[in-house]
Design a protein around this ligand. Structure first.
Ligand code: AMP
Length: 304
């Protein structure tokens, strides 16, 4: 009998090859759903919907299970290859240069949601084709929905992405994506344009090492600083880990409102700041909720 997760999440499961100033790591565990679930798992029970080929190492699924992530929604396709992505951060630590995206098993993926996952209060739509995000939204119409996206889908699937944005409660994006999506060189103008066009309850704009901006309805706006991190070893997955912290907070404290959204973003910021200190998800292997709380306290102190 499967569990009812706090959060149902759909997104990519990947084998990544990543180059940063600290070296190259080949075929390491990655994917938006992986980073998100690992990050959220410190605060909430996550049910993961995704797909891999039978080349996906067992040790990776074991690691996810060790973190209490439910994998009933994970499909393993025999004879198929897992999604692969490769990129580097040699020019800009805040923005990946994508070298290669191989959809593989992802190209024909039809998300199947276990019945109990549909009862989750919160849904996270991590990076995956917007048409697939929409299929999940349609099956969980009453959930509290948060979505993320990236340049790849802004360029290749804009119409479907706009339909997703119309349906969700919260949109998460990074600064470059927001500027690209709106064709606005100014981030504040870009944020306002997205709020006017889609009117989500909140828009969370991440600015990498420069923190985040929160936009709400009726002109609500807040800035949340980043945690000062000197050694950024691998930023891959920082955005998804940020979302994991925010949704973990929501799972424990309820929906976002003008009073709690800054604190939720601090949890996201804390998770991103841990993640970037090692390749792949390695920084999460031995992390504890206690260390996360300490970092959130440090972030509160920073903006006093
Ligand atoms: P982030 O750095 O938070 O934007 O996420 C990085 C993760 O996104 C990597 O682990 C990649 O495997 C994954 N990724 C890269 N391109 C795509 C794509 N087109 N669709 C879904 N996931 C992707």
């Amino acid at each position: 009998m499967s569990i009812i997760p706090d959060i149902t999440a759909v997104g990519s499961m990947a084998l990544d090859t990543v180059t940063t100033h600290y070296g190259t790591h080949e075929n390491c565990l990655g994917g938006s759903a992986v980073y998100f679930s690992m990050s959220a798992s410190f605060q909430a029970k996550v049910g993961l919907i995704g797909v891999v080929g039978d080349d996906f190492p067992k040790e990776h699924t074991e690691l996810l299970k060790e973190h209490g992530i439910d994998l009933e929604g994970l499909e393993v396709v025999k004879g198929a290859k897992t999604f692969r992505w490769s990129g580097s951060y040699l020019n800009d630590v805040n923005a990946a240069d994508t070298h290669c995206t191989m959809l593989n098993v992802f190209a024909t993926f039809e998300p199947k949601i276990p019945e109990n996952y549909k009862k989750a209060k919160t849904l996270f739509l991590a990076n995956i084709l917007p048409s697939l995000q929409m299929k999940v939204i349609e099956q969980m119409p009453d959930s509290y929905k948060v979505c993320d996206t990236m340049n790849f889908y802004i360029n290749s699937a804009r119409d479907e992405l706009e339909k997703v944005f119309e349906k969700v409660n919260v949109i998460v994006m990074n600064d470059g994506e927001a500027k690209m999506f709106t064709d606005c060189p100014n981030l504040i103008a870009a944020g306002k344009k997205i709020m006017e066009r889609f009117s989500p309850e909140y828009l969370l704009l991440k600015k990498g090492e420069h923190g985040s901006l929160v936009f709400g309805r009726n002109g609500f706006m807040k800035a949340v600083p980043a945690f000062p991190t000197e050694r950024v070893i691998d930023p891959t997955g920082a955005g998804d880990s940020f979302a994991g912290g925010v949704l973990g907070f929501i799972a424990r404290n309820g929906r976002l409102n003008d009073e709690n959204v800054t604190e939720a973003v601090r949890y996201g910021t804390a998770m991103g700041s841990f993640l970037v200190t090692a390749f792949s998800i390695d920084a999460f292997r031995h992390l504890t909720l206690e260390k996360i709380e300490e970092r959130v306290e440090a972030l509160r102190f920073l903006s006093k």
